[in-house]
Design a protein around this ligand. Structure first.
Ligand code: CTP
Ligand code: MG
Length: 240
């Protein structure tokens, strides 16, 4: 029995703007995916990290990891990713050795998740939960709308409803799973378009219970340009 982390890092980062694939861009001089790998390796439970690289970036990611060796004994392997996040995670899972029983799936785009958050997800899985997600209450009220897309993009969007904010959580990663449960979800759940943006959602579709543990502000996802400013400020504060 062993715990491994799969790190999907194969996205382009369209919302961040044109340039290098998002996970390969640097934050305070270190590639984002290296921060994310370090965040997983910081947990004593994690002995293997599988980085899912852009299909044309495997050699570059391998070189980045070799330039930034991990302290301790955590091993890092690199595999090529797919067209959607769901596909990339599936390819990462396929690279896991037999003896891995607990899997974390962690976005490379969440480079600054604290080790305490990682450890609490691992602990909940080890205590018997088949699927665990870190999450936080929402700051903003959320509206469900009738989206206006295509020719109607930019028109005011009708509001359909307002879910009660206190009942909602914004989910983060690493999400932790019993390996067999997550593999089954990826083998049976097929989602159209962008695929699943969240692994726990696929497990929910199997009818398997998913639980939430407290997330952390610093586990935010680097998605838009302003997030780069915040990430570098967090790194500067940690170094101070
Ligand atoms: N991801 C992946 N393979 C894909 C798409 C996404 O491995 N085909 C990864 C991203 O690299 C990221 C994580 O999934 O670490 C979360 O996705 P997101 O934040 O949406 O990143 P991108 O898809 O790269 O960004 P965007 O949606 O703005 O293009
Ligand atoms: Mg995306």
């Amino acid at each position: 029995t062993r715990t491994a982390a799969v790190i999907p890092a194969a996205g382009r980062g369209v919302r961040l703007g044109p340039g290098t694939p998002k996970a390969l861009r640097t934050l305070s001089g270190v590639p984002m995916l290296v921060h994310a790998v370090r965040a997983m390796a910081a947990s004593r439970a994690v002995s293997l990290v599988v980085v899912v690289a852009p299909a044309d970036g495997v050699a570059e990611v391998r070189r980045m990891l070799d330039e930034h060796p991990l302290p301790g004994t955590t091993e890092a392997v690199v595999v090529p990713g797919g067209a959607t996040r769901q596909e990339s995670v599936r390819l990462g899972l396929a690279a896991l050795p037999q003896d891995v029983t607990t899997v974390l799936v962690h976005d490379a785009a969440r480079p600054l998740v604290p080790v305490d958050t990682v450890d609490s997800v691992v602990a909940a899985v080890h205590e018997g939960a088949p699927a665990v997600v870190p999450a936080l209450p929402l700051a903003d009220t959320v509206k469900q709308v009738e989206p206006r897309t295509g020719e109607r993009a930019g028109e005011p969007e009708p509001v359909v409803g307002t879910p009660e904010r206190a009942l909602l959580r914004a989910v983060q990663t690493p999400q932790g799973f019993d390996r067999r449960t997550l593999v089954e979800a990826h083998e049976t759940v097929r989602l159209e378009g962008e695929g699943a943006t969240d692994d726990a959602g696929m497990v929910e579709r199997l009818g398997v219970p998913v639980v939430v543990v407290p997330g952390h502000e610093e586990a935010f996802k680097v998605t838009r340009p302003l997030d780069l400013v915040l990430a570098e400020a967090v790194i500067a504060r940690r170094r101070a």
